[in-house]
Design a protein. Sequence first.
Length: 380
Amino acid sequence: MPYMSASIQFLDCRLSLIHIPLHLYPHFVRAILSLILPESLEKNDGSSEDASIAPDEDDYSSSESSIATDFVNISVTPVECSIVCSKEAATKYFLPIINSLDHSLRGSVSISTDEFVAIQVDGEGLDAGQRVLNLTSPLALARVPIFFISTYFSDYILVPAKSRNSVTKALQQRGFVFEKYSDSFVTTTSHHRHSSSASSIGSQASPPTTLADLEQHTFDTLRAQNVVPQVNGDTKLILCAARRSGRRGSSDDGSLKLGLVRCLVSQPQFMSVTLTDTEPASLLLQKDMLSMFDADADMLLGSKEDVLIPIILDLRGLPIESTGIVCGVAGRLVGGTNGTKGGYVNGNGAVEMSYLSTARAGTVMVAENDISRAVAALNM
């Protein structure tokens, strides 16, 4: 089997994970937009303004502020609004709004107690599903809770900051080499394609130690919690990204920011945007939302015809520290759609997949023509 080559590095940031129920989303629009355009919001903010009222779009069209700081993910799904941002941003923008809510509502919004760190993964040599499986299986076996975010350019794995040493050790033991001075990992060995995996979910006396047992344990737990894959074929998603701009404050940057504002103010049914200091913005959008950006076809990278269908796992009944979900799902899709499991025979190979972890849900994205095979595998 060919070797996989990947560059893996920790980003220099400490992150909080925020869960917002959809019915409270309007209260947090201003805070969410502040992650995209902090300078504009602070310039136009007034202490007497209602935080649930979004500023006018014109406030943003000429902003010179940077579009990203360290690492930000803003995701709206049918389950929740989920935010990943720096601890400082969570405290500055979101906590005051939570404290202003009625006492009966405050408990439904949460900011993670634990801080997270992000691992950026750039790699080639494996299809997307196998890459997700190979990256997450060492951490699942080590019982490290993770959140996985696929973007146009890279994959990002969020792990508890307190587990950083465990993450390093787990990756080293599975053939990932830690480069001491660059604080990155480079893979030197491959993992077996037939291995499917999930880590234990919650505490148990004798946690599974094999990948097959881990996957089975994951799906047993999901069934016990009545977690059923939810598919809405009418939700057609496009994975795209901003083109790399030569300078901040360019017209393309302003048009992108204005498009993001339009999308977020509309409270989309499904949207995810990932912003970092090292890469252009990556977007997962409903296809019909592309019209909210300027008509210039060159603004966004990516095919506008390659439609993805989301399969959503509502995980609100599971603890946030649950482990192995991403790995178990990837293992089931890789093994269950390539003819190697459950007698499910086909000549098409494993489905291509990407994954989006949010605070209380997991979403698998697969090509429109693969949706039936993917659902069949997840329901085996």
